[in-house]
Ligand binder design. Structure first.
Ligand code: ADP
Ligand code: ASP
Ligand code: MG
Length: 443
């Protein structure tokens, strides 16, 4: 069986929902994971924020505006009288609950309940739309099987047991529709897999049912060699390895949630990225095989903080690095890049929740400098550190202030730290140097 995931744009209009129907109606059994319709989760996050700020009036206006959008979407999508009555009643119930939520005292739990509405709405509407169109589809509530544990990792045993039991109880269905993104926490409360998390839902499900393949359907024809939001003339890559895709997703390639690759990499399940609007395009196939040589793709991640930690002695004494890393370990803060010199170690983090406490602890034995608004640019490719063209890439960045370089930690990755204000220019220059040069050479 295959798992198909459709993102916000794919379920964001009647035309696109019809595309999705065509794609999944190929007479094979499958699980279909849906995101919220595009714009919905952003609107729900804003509603939650207005609730937190106590701006009830604006929160209610936003809820009512969103409700109107859904009412007209139901009118456009569902023509069958009984189904329309059923979907309208469901939508109206969800919005009643939203209005009730904005009147409650704010908490993280309330926020999670508010942002969960998007996927609940899209899947209900789409499952009834499929029924109207004569497709044999059932709705599997994600909250009946999708759970994370106390460390925020998927509770794989629980998911596998419950999902397989639920699917076995509806053997006659061709298509099992479920919500991406939302899940329960270890205490049984509604939570989610973070923004963009529907991709991760799809691969967790893929692993739980030992799927033959997981397909992520979106609004672009696959994984591009650079961020198409910032750079012109990017190209879709036909193949990537799990490690390459995981690295690029972790370092900011928005097409995949950062953790998406992990569940399928472990079981060697192919992951395919496809364009809902151009289903014939090849897309990107992600497997354990590595193709090509040299720099293959570039991604960038914002919101990085750099910390320079100088030893108070003249040299990095034996045990200094251990003491530094213990501080980050104590505050459960992941480090992305590290470089060392004779007297200092520089590193980067992307979560600043415990930054103040970390600095206080480090200052017990070192002097500390903190710089924020930084971005990591990550270059990925097979054995790139050995490729003859790679060292020249530093010439490209001559005019850009590169703050840190991680080269050689892995053979397949080079990371550069730049000020976020220099990110765009760096990405564009790298695009011109790396990929346009590659094209010229191959002529
Ligand atoms: P969905 O709603 O389907 O999950 P997303 O917006 O999350 O879609 O992801 C698709 C978008 O990711 C693309 O439209 C594109 O703008 C952006 N993106 C960023 N980096 C890349 C990349 N390297 N390759 C392809 N798309 C990328
Ligand atoms: N709807 C969620 C979001 O917008 C999850 C997803 O789209 O994958 O973040
Ligand atoms: Mg996404």
């Amino acid at each position: 069986m295959k798992v198909y995931k459709f993102g916000g744009t794919s379920v964001g209009s009647v035309i696109n929902m019809n595309h999705v129907k065509e794609i999944i109606s190929d007479a094979t059994k499958k699980v279909v994971v849906l995101s919220a319709m595009s714009g919905t989760t952003n609107a729900l996050v804003e509603i939650s924020e207005l609730t937190r700020l106590g701006d009830l009036e604006k929160a209610i206006i936003k809820v009512n505006t969103l409700n109107e959008i859904y009412n007209s979407r139901v009118d456009d999508l569902i023509k069958h009288t009984d189904l329309r009555a059923e979907v309208s009643a469901y939508v109206s119930q969800q919005f009643k609950e939203l209005l009730k939520s904005v009147n409650e005292t704010f908490s993280v739990m309330l926020h999670n309940k508010i942002v969960a509405k998007g996927e609940l709405l899209s899947t209900f509407m789409f499952s009834r739309f499929l029924q109207q169109e004569g497709v044999n589809a059932v709705l599997l509530p994600a909250l009946d099987f999708m759970r994370i544990d106390v460390t925020n990792e998927p509770d794989n045993f629980y998911i596998q047991q419950n999902l397989n039991r639920l699917m076995a109880s509806m053997p006659e269905a061709d298509i099992y529709i479920t919500q991406g993104f939302i899940c329960l926490d270890a205490a049984g409360k509604v939570t989610n897999l973070q923004r963009g998390g529907s991709d991760y839902t799809a691969t967790i499900i893929g692993a739980a049912i030992k799927a033959e393949e997981v397909q992520i359907w979106t609004d672009i024809d696959g994984f591009h060699n650079n961020d198409p939001r910032f750079v012109n003339d990017t190209n879709a890559l036909s193949h990537l390895s799990y490690n390459e895709a995981a690295e690029l997703a972790y370092f900011g390639a928005k097409i995949l949630h950062p953790q998406t690759v992990m569940p399928v990499r472990e079981l060697d399940i192919p992951l395919r990225l496809k364009n809902t609007m151009q289903p014939k395009a090849h897309g990107t196939l992600i497997t354990n095989k590595t193709h090509g040589e040299g720099i293959k793709a570039i991604a960038a991640k914002d919101g990085i903080t750099a910390i320079k930690i100088k030893s108070v002695r003249m040299l990095l004494a034996h045990g200094f690095l251990k003491k530094v890393f213990e501080v980050f370990e104590r505050y459960e803060t992941a480090i992305d890049m590290v470089t060392t010199s004779e007297i200092a170690v520089s590193l980067t983090i992307d979560s600043t929740i415990n930054l103040q406490a970390i600095v206080v602890d480090l200052e017990q034995f070192a002097t500390v400098e903190v710089d924020d608004f930084m971005s990591i640019i990550c270059l990925v490719g097979n054995q790139i550190i050995y490729h003859p063209d790679t060292p020249q890439l530093f010439q490209v960045l001559q005019d850009v202030n590169v703050r840190m370089i991680a080269y050689g930690g892995s053979n397949n990755n080079i990371s550069l730290l730049v000020n976020t204000s220099d990110k765009l220019e760096s990405l564009q220059k790298l695009q011109r140097y790396v990929f346009e040069n590659q094209k010229i050479k191959s002529l």
